[in-house]
Design a protein around this ligand. Structure first.
Ligand code: NAP
Length: 252
C-alpha cells in the first residue's frame, strides 16, 4: 500500500466528492483507505478499498475492529485523517410523512456511523500521531430546508458531534488527558455536481414540492465540480496549528 507516512480513511470514495478527494490525496502522496458499498474504481498502489455498508452497524464494527484498528496503529503513520464524507440525501418528504424505519436508516448512515468512526479512530490512533477528523457537512446542518428534515437533522447532529469531540479533545478531564495535535473540521462543500444533486433535481414537483431550488442550481450553472471543492479539506488534514474545531463553507 505505498510508502507514505500519512493515512487518510475516506468514506464514500465510489462517487462524487469522496472520489475526487481520494484521488487528490493519492496524488499528494497520502495512503488512502476508502469505504463504500460499491468499488471505487481507483487504481493506485496507495489505495485500498473496503466494501462496507454504513447502514449495517455490525458490519462496520467488524471492519473497525478487525481491519481499521490494526491499520491505524501501524507505527509508520505520522498523521492519520478520517474524512466522514459518505451520506444519503433522504426521502424528500415533509416531516408529516416521516417513515420511522427510513429515518432510522438515514440517521445510521449519515450520523451514527460517522460518529462511531470518529470515536473509534480518535481512541485508536496512537497519541503521538497527528489526528485530523473531517465531517462533510451541508448548509442543511444549520438552515431548515422544507422537505429535507431527515437530511437536515442528520447533518446538524454530525456537526454538533464534531464540536463535542473537539471539546473533549481539549478537556483536562478526558480519560488519558488532553489529546495533542488533533483537530476537527466541519466543511460545507457548497452545491456540487454529483449524483446526489442529480437525484435531488430529478423528482417532479408533485413528488418533491420543495425541489425547485435543485433544478435552479443546474439551470443557472451554479453547481461546482467535485474536484474544485476539496482543497480546503486537503489543506486542513495536511496542516498544523489549527484550532481544535474549525468550520468553513466552500467559497465562504
Ligand atoms: N453534492 C452536493 O451538492 C452536496 C452539498 C452539501 C453537502 N454534500 C455532502 O457531500 C458528501 C458527498 O456527497 P456527494 O454529493 O459526493 O454524493 P454522492 O456522489 O451520492 O456520493 C455519496 C457517497 O456516499 C457513499 N454511501 C452512501 N450510502 C452509503 C452506505 N450505506 N454505505 C457506505 N457508503 C455509502 C456512496 O457509496 P456507495 O453508494 O458505493 O455505498 C458514495 O460514494 C455527503 O456527505 C453530502 O451530504 C453534498
Amino acid at each position: 500500500m505505498g510508502c507514505s507516512d500519512r493515512l487518510a480513511i475516506v468514506t464514500g470514495t465510489s462517487s462524487g466528492i469522496g472520489a475526487a478527494l481520494a484521488n487528490a490525496l493519492l496524488t499528494d502522496g497520502w495512503t488512502v483507505v476508502g469505504l463504500a458499498r460499491r468499488e471505487a474504481g481507483i487504481d493506485h498502489p496507495s489505495y485500498r478499498h473496503v466494501a462496507v455498508d454504513l447502514g449495517d452497524l455490525d458490519a462496520l464494527k467488524r471492519v473497525a475492529e478487525n481491519d481499521l484498528g490494526t491499520l491505524v496503529t501501524d507505527n509508520r503513520w505520522t498523521r492519520v485523517a478520517l474524512v466522514n464524507n459518505a451520506a444519503i440525501s433522504g426521502g424528500k418528504q415533509g416531516l408529516e410523512d416521516t417513515d420511522p424505519d427510513e429515518l432510522a436508516h438515514l440517521l445510521i448512515v449519515n450520523t451514527v456511523s460517522p460518529i462511531y468512526l470518529m470515536g473509534f479512530i480518535t481512541g485508536t490512533v496512537l497519541p503521538a500521531v497527528a489526528l485530523r477528523v473531517v465531517n462533510i457537512s451541508s448548509g442543511a446542518a444549520v438552515r431548515a430546508f422544507p422537505g429535507l428534515g431527515d437530511y437536515c437533522t442528520s447533518k446538524a447532529a454530525l456537526r454538533m458531534a464534531g464540536m463535542v469531540l473537539a471539546e473533549e479533545l481539549t478537556s483536562e478531564l478526558r480519560p488519558g488527558g488532553r489529546r495533542v495535535n488533533a483537530a476537527v473540521f466541519s466543511y460545507e462543500p457548497g452545491v456540487v455536481d454529483t449524483p446526489m444533486q442529480t437525484a435531488s433535481r430529478s423528482s417532479s414537483l408533485e413528488e418533491f414540492p420543495w425541489g425547485q431550488p435543485f433544478k435552479d442550481f443546474k439551470e443557472q450553472g451554479l453547481l461546482e465540480q467535485p474536484g474544485d471543492v476539496i482543497g480546503e479539506v486537503v489543506d486542513f488534514i495536511s496542516g498544523d496549528d489549527q484550532d481544535t474545531f474549525v468550520e468553513k463553507r466552500f467559497g465562504g
